[in-house]
Design a protein around this ligand. Sequence first.
Ligand SMILES: [Cu+2]
Length: 68
Amino acid sequence: MENTKLSIPNISCGHCVMAIKRELGEMKGISKVEGDPQKKEITVTWEAPASLDKIKSTLKEINYPAAG
Ligand SMILES: [Cu+2]
């Protein structure tokens, strides 16, 4: 089980965090998504078949690309 913190510059409010939680929550292997609208960060708890690449590409698809 991996715990990954990602910086998401496009987060502007709690609704953004909710949208990210909903989308990532549908991915297989993701067990938990937490977000902080103030810090514009999310923390994802995941394991295979999810991967960091898949998480990042999903974030890009929903217009919340991870920084860096
Ligand atoms: Cu928002």
